[in-house]
Design a protein around this ligand. Structure first.
Ligand code: ADP
Length: 498
């Protein structure tokens, strides 16, 4: 593999709603970027699908666009790093390369009944101990099981070695290089991977009825994933980094030491805490997952998510019509001293960690005669920070050491009121990096370390630049009082059952 620090690193960021390509230079700065939206299919309530060929075509198109925008030649790209929406399942015919079904997206709930079956067979603890995950349709394994149960003849073909399975990274890699591989972070989200010994787990495969022949080879996150077929970009470009999107963001934030955490503020929030070289099992419903593997060394993480974060702002805009744009929420919140005693728990689809309560429902408490739409807007914004704080506190408690600071990225970090409130209610600083594209940057760094473009994590730490730091500025008594009231509101959201 080419070992040079000249040229650029091209990051493929294949997300749920769009495919993006970003070209980075040696300082970790963005040189060019291109993006295309991805069509979503909802064939039945709760089902979410995408066209696997569109995923591939859009990703290749944005890659070519980014190269053209930068005005460089493809031979100037030292390496490609891939990061992707995780848990989404693609199965394809080994000979023709044709997908046998649409890609089943991580959000898809079609395998709920399979999960319930497994839980009632008493297998939940077994799955948790082996994978670090929950028996939830979110993860790939039960989606695969669904395909084998529903598509006639598929299992026999798979046992014959004619069918391949991959998460999105693997699907892209196979088309780019002809190799059937995945990285350990993506494998760790499938419900088929044993995080204790780092291999596909024969017992879980057998319980889910998945022929092992379909599985890709598991590689490190920084590894040799081959080179792109020459006809794709005109030259062969090495691929040397692959990492799931949330883990990529953790890496892009340079959270290299145990105890460092990031929170991504998008439609939902995703928090990850680096727990070092051993998996930590959660007492607070967090997931245990692989952060990355570099040079044979595996780093683990605790992960939790808030289902409705920025989405509550969309709801205020589109359904309540209290606002016209998400940006307005900042000025509105600053125009009043507080929420006038209102707490808003946006449990529209239940609550994630640390509660894991699918039956909780959205609840607003503390309404009095003087409450205005502005107070509700502020309470909605504050709910993003309260929910995130519940996750970060749970992580610290599982890890045995409080999290010191939160590195933040995602669309809602544009809201400085929210970032300040997060620091206030958490009692810890919130750090915004200069390069907001932490996910794409993480994949670029992974590839760049692997091929020698960057010397190692020390060089990346040097590249990391702070854009803004929000210091906590709320007295402790006030903070604890508000948290206690928030938890009462959460309790109300959980007690209300249809
Ligand atoms: P995703 O990657 O999940 O699609 P993004 O990182 O693009 O999300 O962030 C978009 C989300 O952030 C939306 O839900 C939007 O409501 C919210 N958002 C964007 N800007 C602001 C803002 N200034 N204040 C509050 N929320 C915002």
């Amino acid at each position: 593999m080419k070992s040079s620090n000249s040229g650029y690193i091209l990051s493929f960021d294949q997300g749920t709603t769009s495919s993006r390509a970003i070209l980075f230079n040696h300082d970790g700065a963005i040189v060019a970027m291109a993006q295309r939206p991805l069509r979503q299919y909802y064939p039945e309530p709760g089902w979410v699908e995408q066209d696997a060929n569109e995923i591939l075509e859009s990703q290749l198109a944005v890659a070519r666009e980014a190269i053209a925008k930068a005005g460089i030649g493809p031979e100037e790209i030292a390496s490609i790093g891939i990061t992707n929406q995780r848990e989404t399942v693609v199965m394809w015919d080994k000979d023709s390369g044709r997908p046998v079904y649409r890609a089943i997206v991580w959000q898809c709930r079609r395998s709920t009944a399979i999960c319930e079956e497994l839980v009632s067979s008493g297998l939940e603890d077994e799955f948790r101990a082996r994978t670090g995950l929950r028996l939830d349709p979110y993860f790939s394994g039960t989606k695969l099981c669904w395909l084998f149960r529903e598509i006639p003849g598929l299992k026999a073909l798979a046992e014959n070695g004619e069918i391949l399975f991959g998460t999105v990274d693997s699907w892209l890699l196979w088309n780019l290089t002809g190799r059937h591989e995945t990285d350990i972070t993506n494998a760790s989200r499938t419900l088929l991977f044993n995080i204790n010994d780092g291999t596909w787990d024969p017992m879980l495969l057998s319980v889910l009825g998945i022929p092992p022949q379909v599985l890709p080879k598991i590689q490190s996150s920084a590894d040799d994933f081959g080179v792109t077929k020459p006809e794709i970009f005109g030259v062969s470009i090495p691929i040397s980094g692959v990492v799931g999107d949330q883990q990529a963001a953790l890496f892009g934030h340079a959270c290299f030491s145990p105890g460092m955490a990031k929170n991504t503020y998008g439609t939902g929030c995703f928090s990850l805490l680096n727990t070092g070289n051993k998996p930590v099992w959660s007492k607070n419903n967090l997931l245990t997952t692989v952060a990355w593997r570099i040079g044979g060394k595996t780093t683990y993480a605790l992960e939790g998510s808030v289902f409705i974060a920025g989405a509550v702002i969309q709801w205020l805009r589109d359904e309540m019509r209290f606002i016209e744009t998400a940006e307005e929420t900042e000025g509105i919140s600053r125009s009043i001293p507080d929420t006038n005693g209102v707490y808003f728990v946006p449990a529209f689809v239940g609550l994630g960690a640390p509660y894991w309560d699918p039956d909780a429902r959205g609840t607003i408490v503390g309404i009095t005669r003087g409450v205005t739409s502005a107070h509700l807007v502020r309470a909605a914004l504050e709910s993003i920070a309260y929910q995130s704080e519940d996750l970060i506190a749970a992580m610290g408690s599982d890890f045995g050491k409080p999290v010191e600071s939160i590195k933040a990225d995602g669309g809602a970090t544009a809201n400085s009121f929210l970032m300040q409130f997060q620091a206030d209610i958490s009692g810890r600083p919130v750090l915004l990096p200069e390069i907001a594209e932490s996910t794409a940057l993480g994949a670029a760094y992974m590839a760049g370390i692997s091929c020698g473009y960057w010397d190692g994590v020390a060089e990346i730490e040097n590249n990391w630049r702070l854009k803004r730091r929000f210091e906590p500025d709320m007295n402790e008594k006030d903070r604890l009082k508000r948290l206690a009231l928030w938890h009462k509101a959460v309790q109300a959201a959980r007690e209300y059952k249809k």
